[in-house]
Design a protein around this ligand. Sequence first.
Ligand code: ZN
Length: 493
Amino acid sequence: MQPYKDQTLRIHNSLTGKKDVFEPINEGHVGMYVCGPTVYSNVHLGNCRTFMSFDMIFRYFKHLGYKVRYVRNITDAGHLENDADEGEDKIAKKAKLEQIEPMEVVQRYTVDFHNTLQQFNLLPPSIEPTATGHIIEQIEIIKEILEKGLAYEANGSVYFDVIKFNEDHDYGKLSGRKLEDMIANTRELTAQDEKRNPQDFALWKKAEPQHIMRWPSPWGDGFPGWHLECTAMSTKYLGETFDIHGGGMDLKFPHHECEIAQAEASTGKSPVNYWMHANMLTLNGKKMSKSTDNNIYPSEIFSGDNNILSKPYSPSVVRFFMMQAHYTSILDLSDDALQASEKGYSRLMDALDSIDKLKTGEKSDFDVAAWKQKCYDAMNDDFNTPILIAQLFDAVKHINLIKEDKESISAEDREFLESSLKAFVYDVLGIENQAMSKDDSGTLNGVMDLLIDIRNEARAKKDFATSDKIRDQLVELGIQIKDGKDGTTFSVN
Ligand SMILES: [Zn+2]
């Protein structure tokens, strides 16, 4: 199946500032690179949102029938504390602090990153390369840029010559900055600066004797500049020019601007056709920050162990909440917003669970094919998940009307609706039906049947203390018991 042949997808391209029609370099194939985490601390919820946005994008391409090569790197060296090529390496600093090997830091937080993303039901990328695994490739690119005369060596370090590059290229085209303005707004270089201009950035940094992460190079022992790894890994696996490069909005400058400069300097080609940037997540209307305590980790949301939210929320509810906003909009997380998402999530899951039990009739009052195209239209408009979700709830409304015998649906349409709805919810949005998808749902059902039996026996004996205790304690665990005509059922929030 190649549904992409019937759909016209538009992507907001940060490079052109417009929604451009997506035309892949190779028909039926998509090459996508997304800047991954620097693994020196537990993954931040805001970063989870970025990776979740690109996971949804990855999923939609796959759903459309494209073969996607999705590369998302792990930064395990070279990321200094500030953007001016100064300060310590983030990983080396943490290793010193905890008195462990840098690679222990990398291992610990890579595992945390993978576990957290798995809880949010993110698909693994096709390739997950590391900076330390691509030192040779990075050195090769530096040599090419030096040969072109667009970089210079100074005291064992190599810097990219931004002024020289800008003579024949446009440095600042992605972020919409002008080099003259940047120069006017920066401090003067001091005598000890190795750079010719403050805008120049490091391709290779000399390792001082105390620096623990170091590799040999033609310029002496050192380590690569942070921007270089993404150029090396994206072009190695996706080609000198590839379809999509994504990342958080905060990476647009200088990181992505520098990536463009490095690639254009070494290959003479523009590296990326569509640049995509995901927006940030705020918490209770304010920027998330560890230093002000306005911060929450995913595990604290799932466990309820925090001072910010009134109760725990499942990864599926959090993912549903994230998908309710467009990836280019700022999204604010709050208890009220999560509660509203939880209700919406339950309504959607209830509807999904009930489709195959819907009575079918001769005719359909619901035009499923037209509805499905509206879902595609939403996604084709720069992956507009909030509009898609509004369409999903339109289907939920019809499902509920059919349940109440106010509308009817044919057997064929019911099947079509079920498969389409499941495709958009599970495959594209990546929302799991948490009550159903747990491996232990069989065990849970068994235990619940037993508890419901005990409760019914207690009620028959008028032992209401016991029956109420069972009901109330289940509610505390997020399980609702409903007594109906056909017996007692339960639902998990
Ligand atoms: Zn990057």
